[in-house]
Design a protein around this ligand. Structure first.
Ligand SMILES: Cc1cc2nc3c(=O)[nH]c(=O)nc-3n(C[C@H](O)[C@H](O)[C@H](O)COP(=O)(O)OP(=O)(O)OC[C@H]3O[C@@H](n4cnc5c(N)ncnc54)[C@H](O)[C@@H]3O)c2cc1C
Ligand code: SF4
Length: 473
């Protein structure tokens, strides 16, 4: 175990972020890295605490947010190995559970760090940053593809519908176990929200593509531009494959049902972010002037809204107003929200921080848009009202000029039609369904969540599929 006094020798040091006024000029990665020596000191801070709350995800006290790693990552073990300069062993321990640390090492909100024993009385360990360090060492040394190759092929064929974290994680494990896996993706690029959701500055697309290349290298077959249920039928997949996993995400976006919703210039956040990433892939990472002179209204104060704000800024907007329907969280933990629970406190995302630097505070809490006004069929203004229990308070509406509206109000669940075409009527807790040939994993099963939940679901589902194939033998 790492030096039990390491945390007394070295203060927590996060990976630095590029200065705001520099980074908003492009869509390149915002986060930089520490030196190897500094990283090993950070790993040394892991303190042999006896009961590592960090490595097991628990919903303490019935709270909605998980505390600890949802994927049961063996955190103290690989921290120790980083401290000891044993990077290959660290990689092996990390990827025993986490098949995509190149993604979580960049985007995970790290519920593990909030549950770290050190977070009881100070800052926790830099677990997410340590994870990124390990996987980058592994890619640099060529260890990743070798770890995904099977010893022998079983002759069993599996189709996976959807190439997000859940689909990729399931594919990786099933391929390791020797099954022949094909992933079908309706988009032109693979990765789900890793590709066309999370923006490039947070998760560079060359990192996603590097992973996709590795999937091919280990023998996974990937088919793009193919929507299962339309371009290839559910029945055809049934005929061709021994098992099918549906991992299509929670893609039903919440709608804004107010007068003026049909005006031009109102976009769902995921459509907007998708197009923004497509432009980056096509034209490069320089900031643009696409929204020059435009004031944008963003509905939704969560991570997606924050990603939209970061993107709008890099497209040269003139101003942003953000509305969050919930009241602001407190600055510090409430009495009934103590460690190791996830802290339900006010957080300022990177996009909000950038916007604050440029325009001052942009976020109004307990508010929503109750009407959109148009001019020549295009958005021109919005009525903004205060809300109580998510209901507009009559008489509070105020008109504000806006040129564009982005709806980042969350997701209500999966697209039902695909489940219907497979005849799925029941989703069981253990990834099985009413049909023993069809399995389900990821956000389409558990609802909108996190990349690491997708990885966990894909991994657990793969084990279930494998077990069902063993029975067949
Ligand atoms: C803007 C945004 C930012 C986010 N930021 C973070 C973050 O910073 N950290 C974090 O942990 N989580 C974040 N999330 C959440 C995270 O991305 C998701 O929880 C995760 O991607 C879910 O994985 P999944 O594999 O279940 O589904 P998805 O990633 O949604 O992938 C599903 C895939 O299935 C494909 N598909 C759907 N139907 C079909 C069909 N019929 N045929 C073929 N393919 C189909 C889709 O095109 C898609 O590629 C963010 C989400 C969004 C929208
Ligand atoms: S995946 Fe997320 S929660 Fe799990 S160890 Fe990594 S940073 Fe922590």
């Amino acid at each position: 175990m790492p030096d039990p006094r390491g945390f007394m020798k070295f203060p927590r040091k996060d990976n630095p972020m590029r200065p705001i006024m520099q980074r908003i000029k492009d869509f390149d990665a915002m986060e930089l890295n520490l030196s190897d020596e500094q990283r090993r000191q950070q790993a040394e801070r892991c303190m042999n605490c006896g009961t590592p709350f960090c490595h097991h995800g628990v919903f303490f006290g019935g709270k909605k947010a998980v505390s600890g790693c949802p994927n049961d990552n063996l955190i103290p073990e690989w921290n120790d190995m980083v401290y000891q300069d044993r990077d290959y062993q660290a990689f092996q321990r990390l990827t025993k559970t986490n098949y995509l640390p190149d993604m979580t090492g960049r985007v995970c909100p790290a519920p593990c760090e909030a549950a770290c024993v050190q977070a009881l009385n100070g800052p926790g360990i830099t677990i997410r940053n340590n994870e990124k360090f390990i996987i980058e060492k592994a890619f640099a040394n060529g260890w990743v593809a070798d770890s995904g190759k099977p010893l022998k092929r079983t002759g069993k064929k599996i189709a996976i519908v959807g190439s997000g974290p859940a689909g990729i994680s399931a594919a990786w494990r099933l391929n390791q176990l020797g099954h022949s896996v094909t992933i079908y993706e309706r988009d032109d690029n693979f990765g789900g929200f890793l590709m066309y959701g999370i923006p490039n500055m947070k998760l560079p697309k060359d990192i996603v593509k590097r992973r996709i290349d590795t999937l091919r290298e280990v023998g996974i077959n990937l088919v793009a531009n193919t929507e299962v249920g339309k371009d290839i039928s559910a029945e055809e997949l049934r005929q061709k494959y021994d098992r099918v996993i549906i991992a299509t995400g929670a893609r039903q976006a919440r709608e804004l049902n107010v007068p003026g919703r049909d005006l031009k210039g109102i976009y769902q956040a995921t459509d907007y972010l998708r197009e923004a990433t497509k432009e980056v892939l096509k034209n490069g990472t320089q900031a643009t002037k696409k929204l020059n002179g435009k004031h944008v209204l963003v509905l939704g104060g969560g991570d997606t809204g924050n990603d939209c704000i970061g993107t709008i800024i890099r497209q040269g907007c003139a101003g942003i107003t953000q509305l969050e329907i919930n009241p602001a969280l407190p600055e510090t933990r409430a009495e009934d929200n103590q460690w190791p629970e996830w802290p339900m406190v006010l957080k300022t995302g990177y996009g909000q921080t950038e916007a604050k630097t440029l325009f001052g505070p942009i976020t109004t809490y307990a508010a929503t848009a109750t009407k959109i006004y148009g001019k020549d069929g295009h958005v021109a203004a919005a009525e903004i009202s205060q809300v109580k229990n998510h209901k507009p308070i009559p008489g509070t509406g105020k008109k504000a000029n806006v040129d564009m509206v982005i709806l980042a109000m969350g997701f209500t669940g999966h697209e039902q039609w695909l489940f219907d075409s497979f005849g799925i009527t029941k989703l069981n807790k253990n990834y099985t369904t009413n049909d023993n040939q069809i399995f389900v994993a990821g956000d389409c099963r558990r609802g909108p969540s996190l990349v690491i939940w997708g990885i966990y679901e894909g991994r657990m589902c793969a084990e279930k599929v494998d077990a069902s194939l063993q029975v067949l033998k």
